[in-house]
Design a protein around this ligand. Structure first.
Ligand code: GLY
Length: 329
């Protein structure tokens, strides 16, 4: 029997469009919304792309690339914009707390050489991505968690801060009245900035940072700091990142899957779609949001989400624009 991967490769060699390949592999494909226009998108490199309407974050990253900076420096600087924005209630300072009222942060960074650093369940530090970078550059490890991550951050000169704002304190007080836990699609699940950059020499890096689900159980860690789930970079192939319900992304190791599908010939858009379909086939998705964003080495990009409402920001030399992702529903 022909294996699926061989089928994709053979079909690609025969010139069968990847959308048709996916249709053959996914019985539910017929239900998926067909897009206005093509699933394929090409942008000139260098570029910066990120989940949600993170225009300023993209532009900050792109400025670094324009000054011949590296993709890894660019993504580290870019995602710090929402991390320090008190109005962004799902990333860094001003993020919603867990159900005990503590803001706990997850972040990771991956560079073009395959180096990776991450922090999970980090409290009191406004820029978890900068701590993740230090883990990558300054330690023999790839991941530090909880109090260990905090102690490491303090030893590196980071300042201990209260990350709650008047608004998130008030929201938490209100939430305690019912303590109902039912994360809202595209609101409490509008959660993460995942950013990918291709720099002037064509190297790819990515960063991902979040305060995770509002009112999560204490100790909960999502997909964002986990290599292959919230983010994966392979400088020879491309990169992918995720937003939405981390549990669903973790179960399917979504970002790694997308990069491997691109290695096997799928476009970024089709690879994102396939990763979403893997989730949909296994669990109820009515109230579930997951959105994937991917770029290949050539600068083709694509995104796909379960629910409508997922947008992403793209910055190239020409402009910064916010684009609606295609969704299954
Ligand atoms: N996608 C972020 C989280 O689930 O924590």
């Amino acid at each position: 029997m022909i294996k699926r991967r061989d089928f994709i490769k053979t079909s690609a060699a025969l010139g069968v469009p990847t959308a048709a390949i996916l249709s053959a592999c996914n019985p539910n494909e017929a239900n998926a919304k067909t897009v206005k226009g093509s699933l394929e998108n090409a942008a000139k490199t260098p570029l910066v792309i990120s989940t949600w309407n993170n225009k300023l974050a993209n532009q900050t990253a792109y400025e670094i690339i324009k000054k011949n900076g590296s993709a890894v420096d660019a993504v580290e600087a870019g995602v710090q914009i929402p991390e320090s924005d008190p109005k962004d209630q799902s990333v860094g300072y001003g993020g919603h707390p867990d159900r005990e009222g503590n803001v706990t942060l997850d972040a990771c960074i991956m560079d073009s050489k395959g180096n990776y650093g991450s922090v999970t369940y980090l409290q009191h530090i406004k820029h978890p991505i900068a701590v993740a970078r230090k883990v990558m550059d300054e330690t023999p490890h790839v991941m530090l968690s909880g109090d260990g991550a905090l102690q490491f951050a303090l030893s590196q000169g980071f300042k201990k801060e209260d990350l709650l704002t008047a608004k998130t304190k008030a929201d938490y007080k209100e939430w305690l009245k019912t303590s109902e836990y039912k994360p809202k699609v595209n609101i409490e699940l509008h959660d993460t900035i995942g950013m990918i950059a291709i720099d002037g020499v064509g190297d790819i890096s990515g960063a991902c940072t979040t305060s995770g689900l509002a009112y999560k159980m204490p100790g909960r860690v999502g997909d964002s700091p986990i290599i292959g789930a919230g983010l994966f970079v392979d400088n020879e192939i491309g990169a992918a990142t995720a937003t939405g319900m981390g549990e669903a992304v973790l179960r399917s190791v979504g970002s790694f899957l997308i990069v491997e599908l691109m290695r096997n010939g799928l476009s970024p858009a089709d690879a994102c779609k396939e990763a979403v379909m893997r989730i949909i086939h296994k669990q109820s998705y009515k109230d579930l949001q997951v959105g994937y964003l991917a770029v290949n080495k050539e600068g083709d990009y694509g995104a796909f989400a379960i629910q409508p409402g997922f947008v992403f920001a793209l910055t190239t030399d020409e402009e910064t624009k916010v684009i609606d992702a295609i969704s299954y529903i």
